[in-house]
Design a protein around this ligand. Structure first.
Ligand SMILES: [Fe+2]
Length: 270
């Protein structure tokens, strides 16, 4: 076999060049194809027993995972890097960028099948996050040594509860999700845990109940996760809105992304 022929066989195909988006799966169909195979009463019990937390190693349909991997790689140039000494270092792509460049992610976020299944798990009626919340759906990138996020809760600034759905997209890393269950429940001892979330894996939790962190990435590692945020009441008091926006601008997405939507709305009204 000539060198040329061999090169033809082994030449890697860049994910960016794959025509995945032309064949984006139907989100509802892909989700229901998976969730109808689960023992859902059991999962609902697990979620409740673990203090509003569930981890599933294998959740997404393979074609959905492939589409998300494609999107994550194609959005690398759009990543907003941020660094909060002692707490957080990493990159993120907000919903506003996803809306422009990766509409399948938004379709998956709005999937009635997905939301219905999460409602079964949580026992709550879930709503989409408001249009100006950059966390509604966002990609988080751990691509440089030391990228991590320290211990925190996904605090709800809304009047109701805030649920986080975390989906594994790319994991070529040693990063782990460390967590502690029951920290807000005085009647149950704290229970620590740790998972490495493979592509297609799922973590679902009540943001105010799960203390968690992502451990630092090493050299030449890459991890990308996708998170969806659902709420039980999308109203937010103005001073909480201010705190939430400042936090998002500094810690996650940058001022341009966070305040762009507000500015646009302001212009609409004038
Ligand atoms: Fe978090």
């Amino acid at each position: 076999m000539s060198t040329q022929a061999n090169d033809d066989v082994i030449a890697p195909v860049s994910a960016e060049r794959l025509p995945v988006s032309a064949a984006a799966p139907n989100a509802d169909r892909a989700v229901s194809g998976r969730t109808r195979t689960f023992d859902n009463p059991r999962l609902r019990k697990d979620f409740a027993d673990q203090g509003a937390f569930l981890y599933l190693e294998d959740f997404l349909a393979p074609e959905v995972t492939a589409q998300l991997v494609h999107s994550a790689r194609s959005l690398l140039d759009e990543v907003n890097r941020n660094y909060l000494p002692g707490h957080k270092q990493g990159g993120s792509v907000s919903r506003h960028t996803i809306d422009r460049l990766a509409p399948f992610v938004a379709e998956l976020y709005r999937s009635k099948e997905l939301i219905g299944w999460l409602e079964q798990l949580s026992g709550d009626k879930l709503q989409l996050s408001p249009a100006d919340d950059p966390h509604a759906y966002a990609l988080y990138y751990y691509t440089r040594p030391g990228d991590h996020i320290g211990w925190h809760y996904d605090t709800s600034y809304y009047d109701g509860r805030r649920y986080t759905l975390l989906l594994g997209v790319i994991d070529e890393s040693s990063c782990r999700l460390d967590y502690e269950l029951h920290t807000r429940n005085a009647d149950v001892p704290d229970q620590p845990g740790s998972v490495q979330i493979p592509p297609g894996g799922l973590v679902f939790f009540d943001g105010d109940k799960l203390r968690h962190r992502i451990t630092p990435a090493g050299a030449n590692e890459m991890r990308v996760s996708l998170t969806f945020e659902y709420v039980t009441d999308p109203n937010m008091r103005p001073w909480r809105r201010f705190i939430s926006n400042m936090k998002d601008a500094i810690a996650y997405f940058g001022f341009r992304q966070v305040f762009r939507q507000m500015t646009a709305r302001g212009k609409d009204r004038s």
